[in-house]
Design a protein around this ligand. Structure first.
Ligand SMILES: *Cc1c(COP(=O)(O)O)cnc(C)c1O
Length: 425
């Protein structure tokens, strides 16, 4: 197993846990440093004043955004990244802000996270958009050759936006993101990439460097080991001014009255309130988004969670993201080799796929949700049951997702527990 010192250091940096936590893809374990950063911040809010505490944390928060920029795309800096509540909320904000005229066509994939798809469906119904599936292979990965040939309803020449998760929630596969991004760049189609499961596990900069990804969304609590309640979005600087303010408020937008002297209605004459058909002076104008990423500013937000997220990102940067990825990939491969075939469970992806998301497809008669509960209650092993509602191409499975702080002994423990639970239904 590569980087054993890193694994040991991250294990020691966390509270001892009575359980075997093999569930980073749901929410990884936070370090004591991350927890202390959050509690220190909450104390500062009550002892020094909440807005003074925010000013004092500005450098930390900017540092976190700089780490995210560096992990995503060589064209990005801290100024191109904004914190948000979650990957889903960041996705919804971007979809709302995106310039998509009636009739616009959006390329999606069957593995898209169900919440993101619902966001797109809501806007499609409201604004008359069309959602079309990109061509995919049997394992759900985008068929790059078919996409390059450009035939069928998902021809890139016919699309206005392409969006997909680089790594889906329900399977440990990795999309050929750089190849897809290069094709989209050449076709002039912006890509909105969901890196909620890939950032931390995958070198996203390989796709970012193509220049084909216009925007990214992700979350704190999974592979980046931050707390819950924080996420982020990032937009390439040459693209951001094409986006609207997704939820206009005093924190992210301004109001510009019509400048031609006609404010108050046609002709501008007549006392206010007498002409019901005339636009009022209060509505005759337009929303002006604040500059750059400020148009996504939330106003009130759980700053402590953002501070904790920034602390986790600093730890990742200090450990070396490449080393973290190397150990994650080795843990994933070792776990698949150990778990494949146990009591009839089969792995749901290639052994060597470069992620630490391991899915196990049940033998006949076993329900992953029941097995997941029994593994926790009877053997103290934390995993996730994937249901068919997670994505259009999801099938019921048990998801096992170790992080660098896990050991192969914990995977062994799971293998034995899984064998026992499966044999005594
Ligand atoms: C978890 C996940 C999300 C949503 O992240 P939240 O922060 O929970 O909103 C989006 N996409 C994928 C692929 C995910 O796994």
């Amino acid at each position: 197993m590569p980087a054993p010192e890193l694994g040991e250091a991250w294990r020691l940096a966390r509270e001892p846990a009575p359980i075997r936590h093999l569930d980073a893809a749901a929410a990884a374990r936070t370090s004591r440093t991350v927890i202390a950063a959050m509690t220190d911040y909450l104390l500062a809010e009550t002892t020094t004043g909440a807005y003074i505490a925010l000013e004092a944390a500005a450098e930390t928060l900017t540092g976190g955004r700089a780490v995210l920029a560096g992990l995503l795309d060589p064209a990005l800096t801290a100024a191109d990244v904004a914190y948000h509540h979650s990957a889903s909320d960041a996705f919804a904000a971007l979809v709302e802000a995106w310039p998509l005229p009636r009739g616009a066509r959006v390329g999606v994939v069957p593995s898209a996270f169900a919440s993101n798809l619902l966001t797109l469906q809501a806007r499609a119904v409201r604004d008359g958009l069309e959602l079309v599936d990109l061509p995919v292979l049997a394992d759900g990965l985008i068929d790059v050759d078919a996409l390059a040939r450009g035939d069928g309803p998902a021809a890139l020449s016919e699309l206005d936006l392409v969006t997909f998760p680089e790594v889906p929630s329900q399977r440990g596969t990795v999309q050929p993101t750089a190849a897809v991004a290069a094709l989209c760049r050449d076709a002039g189609v912006p890509v909105l990439l969901d890196v909620a499961q890939s950032l931390g596990q995958i070198d996203v900069t390989a796709a970012g460097a193509t220049g084909g990804i216009a925007a990214y969304v992700g979350t704190s609590r999974k592979w980046l080991c931050g707390p819950r309640g924080a996420g982020f979005l990032a937009v390439r600087p040459e693209f951001v001014d094409r986006l609207a303010a997704p939820s206009p408020s005093g924190y992210n937008s301004g109001w510009q009255p019509r400048q031609d002297g006609r404010a108050g209605g046609q002709g501008g004459a007549g006392p206010a309130g007498t002409a019901g058909t005339r636009p009022s002076a209060l509505t005759d104008g337009r929303i002006v988004p604040a500059a750059g990423m400020t148009r996504f500013h939330l106003g009130e937000a759980p700053v402590a969670a953002q501070v904790g997220f920034a602390a986790a990102l600093a730890e990742l940067a200090a450990a070396g993201p490449a080393l973290v990825r190397e150990r994650l990939h080795a843990l994933g491969a070792a776990a698949r080799r150990r778990l494949d075939g146990v009591a009839g469970w089969r792995i749901g992806e290639d052994v060597a796929t470069p992620t630490a998301i391991v899915t196990l497809l049940p033998p006949p008669g076993l329900d992953p949700a029941v097995v997941r509960s029994r593994l926790y209650a009877e053997h103290g092993v934390l995993t996730t049951a994937i249901g068919a509602d997670r994505a259009r191409d999801a099938v019921p499975a048990l998801r096992v997702s170790p992080h660098v702080y896990n050991t192969l002994a914990e995977v062994d423990h799971l293998a034995e527990a899984l064998a026992q639970v499966s044999r005594q239904p």
